[in-house]
Structure formats: C-alpha cells, structure tokens
Write a protein that binds this ligand. Structure first.
Ligand code: SF4
Length: 409
C-alpha cells in the first residue's frame, strides 16, 4: 500500500547463528526484532499481562520480565501461556530463580555474568536450559562487571567482551550454543566499540542496547546513537531501548528505528512534518501533534505529511502517501503530491484522518481517481495569492539586512 522505504544501508548484515526464542527467530536471516521490559511486579499477573499486550501492540516482538523472587517465578508460570509474545526471564544474583523461571516455562533467560559468578551455578542453569531447549542471553552490563575483570580492564570494550567470553567458556563446557549476547553500557561510544569488538570475535546473535539511557528526549538520542550506528554497520539482531519512560515508548521507538532504516516493513504511521518557518499559515507543531494522536492507533502503514504552507508543502512532501498543507485558512489535502481536496482550516485534521482511512480501505490509486476536479486549481490560486502577499522571501531577509546596516552604520 505504502511506497517502499529506501534502504540504502551499504553494509550487509553480519552473518550469525540463529536461535529460537519461542516462536520468534533471532539472528541468521530472520528480521531484526524489538524487545522491551515490563515495569510491573511480575507477581501481579493481570497488570503484567496488560503491559505485555500493550508492548506487543506497539511493536515489541519479545518481552522481558524480572524474575527477582519466587512469587515472580510463580507469576511467570501464569503469564507465559497467556502472553502474545515470547517471555524472557531477567535473572540477577540468584541462579535458583533461573531454574524456577525455566520451570515456569519461559522461552528465554537473561543471565548477568557480573552477578551470578560461580561457574557451577551457571552450569546448572545451562544444563537445565539445554534439556528444555531454552536459549540464554548473556547480558553483560558495563556497570556490573566481575570485580577481577573490572580491575584488569576497567569499563572498556575489552572488559565487557572478556566478561561475555568468560561466561561463554562455561557454556561451551556444557556444549551449549543456544546463545545471544549483549554488552551494554550507558555510554554510547563505549557500547558501540564493545559490540564492534564482540562482533569480530563470536558468531552469536547480538542484542543491542544502551543501558540506562534515561528519560525522553535525551534517552532516545543516546539509545539511537548507539543502536543505529551498529545497525548501519550490519551489527545487531534484536534491539531494546532502555528508557526511563512508559515501556510502550521503548517498543514504539524500537519499531520506528527499524522501520526508518528499512530493516522492518512499516506497519504503522510514519508522520513527517515541516519544521515551520516564516511562511507557516498554521501552528505546525500543534497540528502535527493532533494528527499524530489521531492517526497513531489506526496502524495504517502510510507516510503522512503535515506542512505549514501550500507554497512549498505539497512539493517538498511529494513522496508522502498523504499530506496536508495550510494556506489562507484552508487545508490542502494532497496524495502523492497531487491536491485532491481543499477543506476549511478547522477540518484539516479530521479530513486527513478520514482520507488515511479511505486509503487503508481502498488504495492510493482509488483515492486519486476520486480527486475533486477543482481542488488543484483552488490550491494553485491560494499558492499564488500567498506568493503575491509574502513574496519569495517570507522572512523578509533583505529588508532585515537593510535595517541592520542602517542600525550599525
Ligand atoms: S516553507 Fe512552508 S512547508 Fe517549508 S518549512 Fe516553511 S511553512 Fe513549512
């Protein structure tokens, strides 16, 4: 339905083994997946399931839940059979809780090698996971390295990778290779270099993330800096945004990143909007937010543009499937750059939503075939009037330059 997304990533994806997290393949040639983590008490089964459903509806392919107490493991036993996506149990410190999570039927474990340190404990978990065909993520965190590794390497790429390698050695002793690995750090530069080094040394699928990235918007920027850089280099098989926010934002961000890089097919809206300027005929920020709120839940895989003026809007957003541009108190609805309707300004957003639904129900060609015959002429009239009123230089730059010269003469 929507135009194909250009994916010009030059570097081919790194070849890895493939593992199976429940029904979801990770690594190999399988699609890069999105993960998130619940923030509810896992023992609260209904609250946790509600969050898992919300995460799945917003793009998460796999969800992790903490398993930090026996009640959490018992909760997992009730959650797993009702979950729409595979569940990973997050284990720290207590290897027996990993055994309990396996008993609960989880589809993957995450072990932190920095805090389950006894080789024999790790191997007991590995043997049990192997018997059940359950994969394990070795989840190294820069902030919780083994003390001896930290003393030797510090928080460096070599230190993070050494921690993963030590855990892998225990796994190899049990002939266990059903593994994915993460080497996260809160510093994106350290995280990037750690994954690069790891990718050079193992062929297991890699789970990417910038840990403790923080609240929006800074957290999004840091996480994207790390994850997107690696994806562009062909590194990464599954991703998680670790944001101090509603985890639904993590799922949305992960999905949006993969879609924007052309690494997953678009399933939801891609809203583009002009940054606004002196020509804007509307409050672009407000209208773009209204359009985003109105269209987000429709899950229509199209690109929609909100443009502040008809002078440049339809042309600059000609590749969008659908868009609206403002001019002289009217909204100009355009499809693939062609104006199909002109509506009063206060109907802009509702007309945009109605047309998005129409495209979803029929097709772009169908909508174009029913375009208002006079719309393009009306739009051109508004465009010319605005050009006449504001001229080519809407910011009146030359007049301002003249004034500056007079002031400083
Ligand atoms: S020229 Fe028009 S479309 Fe471009 S930024 Fe300014 S208001 Fe937006």
């Amino acid at each position: 339905m929507s135009s194909p997304v250009f994916s010009g990533l030059r570097t081919p994806r790194r070849t890895t083994r493939q593992i199976q997290v429940g029904k979801v393949p990770v690594g190999g040639h399988s699609p890069i997946t999105v993960q998130s983590m619940t923030t509810t008490k896992t023992a609260d089964v209904e609250a946790t399931l509600a969050q898992i459903y919300a995460l799945a509806a917003n793009g998460a392919d796999i969800v992790r839940c903490t398993c930090n107490e026996v009640e959490a493991a018992e909760g997992l036993a009730r959650i797993v059979p009702r979950s729409p996506v595979p569940i990973v149990a997050d284990i720290h410190f207590q290897y027996k809780l990993a055994l309990a999570a396996l008993e609960a039927g989880v589809q993957c474990l995450r072990l932190n090698p920095g805090n389950i340190r006894k080789a024999e404990h790790v191997k007991i978990v590995v043997r049990e996971a192997k018997d059940r065909g359950v994969p394990i993520r070795i989840g190294v965190n820069g902030g919780s390295l083994d003390p001896d590794i930290e003393a030797k390497y510090g928080q460096t790429p070599e230190g993070l990778v050494a921690s993963a390698q030590r855990e892998l050695a225990y796994f190899y002793e049990e002939d266990f290779h059903d593994v994915k690995i993460s080497v996260k750090a809160s510093n994106p530069a350290l995280m990037i270099e750690s994954y690069r080094l790891l990718a050079d040394t193992v062929d297991f699928p890699l789970h990417l993330g910038v840990t403790e990235a923080g609240p929006l918007p800074g957290g999004l920027v840091k996480a994207t800096a790390g994850i997107a850089t690696l994806l562009a280099e062909g590194i990464g098989d599954t991703i998680r945004y670790s944001l101090t926010a509603d985890p639904v934002e993590e799922a949305r961000a992960g999905r949006q990143l993969l879609e924007s890089l052309g690494l997953r097919e678009r399933v939801g809206l891609d809203l583009i909007a002009c940054p606004s300027c002196g020509r804007a005929e509307i409050d672009v920020i407000k209208v773009a937010e209204e359009a985003q709120d109105a269209l987000r839940d429709l899950k229509i895989p199209i690109q929609v543009a909100v443009m502040g003026c008809v002078v440049n809007g339809p042309g600059e957003a000609a590749s969008a499937d659908l868009g609206i541009a403002a001019g002289r108190h009217r909204g100009h609805l355009f499809v693939k750059g062609k104006v199909v309707r002109v509506v009063p300004e206060d109907e802009m957003v509702s007309a945009l939503v109605a047309m998005a639904k129409e495209i979803a129900d029929t097709s772009i060609d169908e909508v174009l075939s029913h375009a208002d015959s006079g719309a393009a002429a009306e739009a051109e009239k508004d465009r010319r009037l605005l050009l006449g009123e504001k001229g080519d230089d809407a910011n009146h730059s030359e007049e301002r330059v003249e004034l500056i010269r007079k002031t400083t003469a």
